[in-house]
Design a protein around this ligand. Structure first.
Ligand SMILES: C[S@@+](CC[C@H](N)C(=O)[O-])C[C@H]1O[C@@H](n2cnc3c(N)ncnc32)[C@H](O)[C@@H]1O
Length: 229
């Protein structure tokens, strides 16, 4: 599809500006991020990537974008995205190192409550749950980044790679229930017991069993993320 080409070096690339509101990056944006529909048909892409974008989007907006990614990916297509995945361990590390400090909100974390979009973090169990709802299976392990002051890390952000394994299961009306679950979860110390509980999902949430298995495997493979306080 024709479109503006910012660079002639890669003529096979097509760029489509998305005039979507973001308080920090596009305060006059025409479309709202929680309802924006990607201008592509379903099952069109092999690969979607977004670096340092979900770290500037609020939960409802992230949920819509993830659903859209699930829609436009071909079955078997993959998505690479980055996050600030917040655990008790990352909060302590950030406090100790003076790196990115994130303060809790209703079901996410922000660096600056006056400009939330400046930096937004999510609990990993919430992110995994959203991927599951969208028919995307996270390819474990997640790759922790250095953003909180960790000595080791693949890159600055936490990197999540996922594969579209089923048609989108998520509906927008599901996000209310998800928000409630996360709200409750965020009020309990994040011990490994909670992680087990968080992924023992009630049937009405409809999480596929392989997601539960992978989430548990993730917990086993990343014990440093699940240290009790
Ligand atoms: C920190 S910059 C990262 C830019 C680039 N992806 C990179 O990795 O260098 C954050 C980017 O997210 C984009 N962004 C924020 N909210 C968005 C939204 N709702 N839809 C599309 N892009 C968004 C901003 O326009 C900005 O380019």
């Amino acid at each position: 599809m024709p479109g503006p080409r910012p660079t002639p070096r890669y003529p096979n690339f097509r760029f489509r500006p998305a005039d979507v509101f973001n308080r920090l990056y596009n305060p006059t944006g025409r479309y709202q991020p929680w309802e924006y529909r990607f201008p592509y048909s379903a099952n069109e892409f092999d690969f979607v990537f977004l670096t340092s974008v979900f770290t500037h989007m609020l939960p409802r907006d992230f949920e819509n974008y993830l659903a859209e990614i699930g829609r436009v990916l071909k079955p078997g297509g993959r998505c690479l995205s980055t996050f600030f995945l917040v655990t008790d361990d990352t909060l302590r590390t950030a406090e100790r190192t003076g790196q990115l400090r994130l303060v809790p909100q209703k079901n996410h974390f922000v660096h600056n409550p006056k400009v939330p979009e400046a930096a937004i973090g999510f609990r990993p169990e919430y992110v995994l749950e959203q991927y599951a709802r969208t028919g995307l299976t996270v390819d474990l392990p997640i790759h922790p980044g250095q953003w909180c002051g960790r000595a080791e890390g693949l890159t600055s952000h936490d990197v999540v790679v996922a594969t579209k394994t089923s048609s989108a299961a998520r509906t927008r009306s599901a996000s209310g229930a998800t928000g409630l679950v996360h709200h409750l979860a965020s009020r309990v110390a994040w011990t490994s017991r909670l992680v087990r509980t968080a992924f023992r999902r009630p049937a009405w949430l409809g999480a596929p069993p392989d997601v539960v298995i992978r989430a548990r495997r993730f917990a086993r493979q990343n014990p440093h993320l699940f240290k009790p306080q």
